[in-house]
Design a protein around this ligand. Structure first.
Ligand code: ATP
Ligand code: NI
Length: 349
């Protein structure tokens, strides 16, 4: 077997701000394999979009990678110039469906012109072939093929998002980074797009990095996943690992906070507090202030990602992963720091 499709190791990213360097991502490690859907999950501000942008060299002006490696098929992305990224990587190998897709179409060009331009640079399709193929993709995402010739302003927000998804699929990239791809779309359209993406995975061995705050969506549509908190990676593994035996306190509480399809009447938990904003180096576990299991050590160093014994892919960044696992197995819910919504399920209302 060759190198994994995408290998992110110990990635640290900072933004320059007037109050100092904001560490948006710190020491993050995960791997996306070929033909795999990988979910990156965590609440707002935990660094998901920052990672997404960094993977194609698209960080905001004030952002920079200050540590770690990003390898795509074994090659370091950071060694590519912007021209090389445009020529070799973007669209054809990795395409990004950005979080706010609405602002990602050129307002001065018809959508079809943007597609033809991409096809011209990255394939040997003729213009007619490109337009036909793009029209088919429009149909796939639920838009009238004839509307490829519209300008972006002629579309609603949801339609623009679908046009961006069509563009992202256009060159049949090996990796699609989808940053909250369907949040602006209705459930039926979400389903349709995921069905299509699934078919693509089987046909072209496409991989996807699905970025979302919705852990249930990841459980439903991905094979592997990572949970982030406060710029750090809390836990990574297969969805089965994280669904059946979550070990990081945040993964456990996050899972309790979402409805479970297999147990819809379960009470929903809540996670108190908010993630910290980190200036400069990170030498704590960023979950420490919200963690019912935290001890003194958790305040003094960032826990390294360690493999769960006997499982090469399941990794957890918690000094107390074994104790947490044992306690949680017997007592279920921790007794400090968390509150439980008591009235949710049993018809109290
Ligand atoms: N250009 C920027 N300058 C300064 N700080 C930034 C910049 N972009 C993002 N940040 C900060 O970096 C952190 C991570 O942001 P990011 O957008 O990556 O999070 P996210 O997980 O995608 O959140 P959301 O779910 O809300 O999209 C946040 O604290 C955010 O305020
Ligand atoms: Ni985001």
């Amino acid at each position: 077997m060759g190198a994994p499709l995408l290998e992110v190791e110990d990635l640290t990213i900072q933004y320059k701000t007037s109050s100092g360097p904001v560490t948006a991502v710190s020491g993050v490690t995960f791997t996306v394999e070929e033909a795999e859907y990988f979910g990156l999950v965590g609440e707002s501000g935990c660094g998901k979009s920052t990672i997404a942008k960094s993977l194609i060299g698209g960080l905001d002006e004030n952002g920079s990678i200050v540590g770690g490696t990003i390898k795509y098929r074994g090659e370091e992305i950071q060694d590519f110039s912007d021209a090389q990224l445009s020529e070799r990587i973007r669209w054809k190998e990795i395409s990004l469906i950005p979080q706010s897709s609405m602002n990602n179409l050129d307002p001065l060009q018809r959508v079809s012109e943007q597609a033809v331009e991409i096809a011209r640079t990255h394939s040997d399709m003729s213009k007619a072939e490109a337009l036909e193929r793009f029209g088919e993709l429009f149909e796939t995402v639920g838009l009238q093929p004839s509307r490829i010739h519209d300008y972006p302003h002629q579309f609603s927000g949801g339609m623009q998002q679908r046009a961006v998804i069509a563009l992202a699929l256009f060159m049949e990239p090996s990796l699609i980074i989808a940053d909250e791809p369907t949040t602006a779309l209705d459930v039926i359209m979400q389903d349709q797009i995921f069905k299509y993406l699934d078919a693509m995975k089987d046909e072209f061995e496409t991989s996807m990095l699905l970025i979302t705050h919705d852990i249930s969506l990841v459980f439903e549509s991905c094979q592997s996943m990572a949970v982030m908190h406060g710029g750090q990676l809390a836990e990574t593994g297969t969805v089965v690992d994280l669904y059946d035996t979550p070990r990081h306190p945040y993964s456990i509480l996050l899972q309790e906070a979402f409805p479970d399809i297999e147990d819809p009447n379960r009470e929903l938990g809540t996670i108190d507090g908010t993630p910290p904003r980190i200036i400069g180096d990170v030498n704590v576990c960023t979950f420490v202030d919200r963690c019912p299991w935290a001890i003194e050590d958790c305040h003094t160093a960032a826990p390294p990602l360690e493999q769960v014994e006997g499982d090469s892919r399941h990794g957890v960044s918690c000094f107390r992963m074994d104790e947490v696992h044992e306690e949680y197995a017997t007592e279920k819910r921790p007794d400090i720091g968390t509150t439980v919504e008591e009235t949710k399920a049993d018809g109290d209302a």
